[in-house]
Design a protein around this ligand. Structure first.
Ligand SMILES: [Fe+2]
Length: 339
């Protein structure tokens, strides 16, 4: 999706979508998925917090900070190259309770570490670091998670441990492979809306410093298949909710991608190869042998000019603790040499 991509950055945004509806106005499961289990977990009831931050759309010269305040506030973002000396500032603005705001930090230098801090009248964030896009041929690291679900099979402490492990990797960016919002499995849109907010709570500690790229899962509600893509459809609602809370790239001077304009929602902010001919099995992807490892965990991919080293860090090994925290271990690793 970046205009000078490596193969590793070819994200698979599988399901396209499509509107603008308020929470609670339509049953989520209308028109499809009626035989599917409903999300009943309490995972979406996250602790109250004053704000959360998600980075997106990193380039050589900018990054987008999605700021969500849970009370009305006023303030802005200070940023710079050196902690404690954040000389650059975005204009002071109002943040309305519950309405995410996208603030672009412009005029950045490529391949530089930056520090930013949200400064509100009554509170402020920590000073948080991120790295602008590096030049082609240089090393970088990213992390991957998938299928967090936040359903009855999800243990929030394990999910938080997994994401803390990704924080420790200090990735340049993070890719989430979907089944993150599970919109089609909620009983109604009010319940489904909570999961977008819960994911900001869980993903925030990682993605306030590692810009997030969201790939869509088949349960995230954005597929029009079986439900259509009309203005009041689940697909339109889910696409609107994801874009509201998690800014993904759009085709511009830095990114390529899906430039198609949907009549209800405009740019979908999804990306997928093969014109919709997605493989339907692991074998079709080319995975015909190997070891299947269980969840939970995250992938850590370290790319250098010589190779890409892929490590699977498994979370929550039974009985394993480290300093009072559940330990994680490298369960598998493989190396892809440079071509
Ligand atoms: Fe899944």
């Amino acid at each position: 999706m970046m205009k000078k991509p490596t193969q590793l950055l070819s994200l698979v945004f599988v399901f396209s979508a499509f509107g603008v509806l308020g929470a609670g106005d339509k049953p989520v499961r209308k028109g499809g998925g009626s035989s599917q289990p409903v999300q009943t977990s309490k995972c979406n009831e996250v602790p109250a917090h004053p704000f959360d931050l998600i980075l997106g759309r990193p380039t050589t010269a900018s990054v987008t900070v999605s700021v969500l305040c849970y009370d009305d506030a006023e303030g802005g973002i200070a940023y710079g190259n050196e902690g404690g000396k954040l000389a650059l500032k975005t204009p002071v603005r109002r943040f309305k309770k519950g309405e995410p705001a996208e603030i672009v930090l412009p005029g950045l230098q490529p391949d530089r570490r930056y520090i930013y801090q949200l400064r509100l009248g009554h509170s402020q964030s920590a000073e948080i670091g991120f790295h602008t896009a590096r030049p082609p041929g240089s090393g970088f690291r990213f992390t991957i998670t998938a299928d967090s679900h936040l359903d009855e099979h999800t243990e929030p402490a394990i999910y938080q441990q997994t994401l803390a492990g990704a924080v420790a990797a200090k990735p340049d960016f993070h890719i989430d492979l979907g089944d993150t919002f599970m919109a089609e499995k909620h009983v109604d849109r009010e319940a489904a809306a909570k999961q977008y907010l819960a994911q900001r709570y869980f993903l925030g500690p990682l993605c306030q410093s590692a810009p997030l790229f969201c790939v869509l899962g088949n349960h995230d509600g954005e597929s029009p298949r079986g439900r259509g893509g009309a203005a009041d459809s689940l697909a339109v609602w889910s696409n609107t909710m994801r874009k509201r809370y998690f800014p993904n790239p759009v085709p511009d001077a830095f990114y390529s991608g899906d430039a198609a304009q949907h009549p209800e929602v405009g740019l979908l902010q999804d990306y997928y190869p093969g014109n919709g001919k997605a493989p339907r099995s692991a074998a079709e992807y080319g995975y015909k042998s190997g070891m299947i490892l269980g969840s939970s965990g995250h992938l850590r991919v370290t790319v250098s000019p010589a190779a890409a080293v892929v490590e699977y860090l498994r979370s929550g090994e039974a009985g394993a603790t480290s300093g009072g925290r559940m330990a994680e271990a490298v369960a598998q690793t493989y190396t892809i040499p440079a071509l």
